[in-house]
Design a binder for this molecule. Structure first.
Ligand SMILES: [Zn+2]
Length: 295
């Protein structure tokens, strides 16, 4: 499942490829992919003719600003903000297996193709999703984004934001019996971290994933904050991870996986101490840790 570094990698690819991409035509191949009111009918109507502006990421959500080009004679300036009208927002959540593909030469879509977008030149942005859990939204410029993409309402702070710190975690986890691993997976506590990076972060912090989150000290929580930021930063630099079927826009998977400390290293020896890496399901997710380094 794509986590923050993978979604950030996709955001960078979309920003680069789609700068001023104008949607000449689009096709929704599977109704379920569109989660905004009015389904594919409204989505197609409102997205057709729109140009794609800046891409933002919030947690694992991708959001693009849409605009419509107005005839330039109506305004002497060339700035996009002043002479173009907002056409709302385009939201995307990749969930398990959603991925964008950039198609230069026309080709037949695979059976998992969900949505297709073309520009005037016939270049295609294709959205493929094997498991079919990914969602897209069109949000009217008059509407608050979180009223349509309701998952945004419950997101905790971004790991890179100043709000994500030991004091915040201490308050949030006070008296909580749940394991620290389960707390880190909770998007309402911190946005964007998932299974891979929470396992890696806990290894670097020397904290057992099963430890009760409410019992952690401020020093331990500080270590968790810094290490989570560190692993996310390293992985973003490497274009995400090779795990799962994640691919960026150009079909390339990242290479964080090769250097993981514990994730998917079950029964291998710990890179620090040589002990055997353990694996167990915790809150339904495979959790990896070193019994010595994370006693
Ligand atoms: Zn170890």
């Amino acid at each position: 499942m794509p986590e923050l570094p993978e979604v950030e990698t996709v955001r960078k690819g979309l920003s680069k490829r789609l700068l001023d991409f104008q949607i000449e035509n689009l096709e929704v191949c599977r109704e379920r992919a569109i989660a905004s009111p009015g389904g594919s009918k409204v989505f197609i109507k409102m997205m057709r003719g729109a140009s794609i502006g800046e891409w933002h990421r919030r947690g694992k959500y991708l959001i693009a600003k849409l605009y419509r080009r107005l005839p330039s004679q109506t305004n002497k300036t060339t700035s996009r903000d002043s002479c173009d009208a907002s056409a709302g927002y385009w939201g995307v959540h990749l969930r398990m297996t959603g991925q964008f593909q950039w198609i230069e030469e026309a080709s037949n879509p695979c059976p998992h193709t969900r949505v297709r977008f073309w520009n005037k030149e016939g270049k295609e942005l294709r959205f493929v999703d094997t498991r079919s859990f990914a969602e897209m939204w069109w949000v009217s410029p008059k509407e608050k984004i979180e009223n349509i993409i309701t998952g945004l309402k419950n997101l905790g702070p971004e790991p890179f934001s100043p709000e994500f710190n030991a004091k915040y975690l201490l308050k949030k986890l006070q008296g909580k019996k749940r394991s620290i691993k389960s707390a880190l997976l909770d998007q309402s506590i911190v946005a964007g971290a998932g299974n891979i990076y929470s396992d890696e972060c806990l290894f670097l912090s020397g904290i057992n994933p099963k430890k009760e989150s409410g019992l952690l000290t401020e020093v331990e929580l500080q270590s968790i904050c810094s290490n989570l930021i560190e692993v996310l930063r390293i992985s973003i630099g490497k274009g995400g991870t090779t795990f799962s079927d994640f691919r960026d826009l150009e079909g390339i998977n990242g290479n964080y996986g090769g250097q993981a400390w514990v994730y998917r290293r079950t029964k291998k020896s710990c890179r620090k101490c040589g002990a055997i890496i353990q694996r167990e399901k915790l809150s339904g997710r495979s959790t990896h840790w070193c019994p010595e380094c994370q006693a």
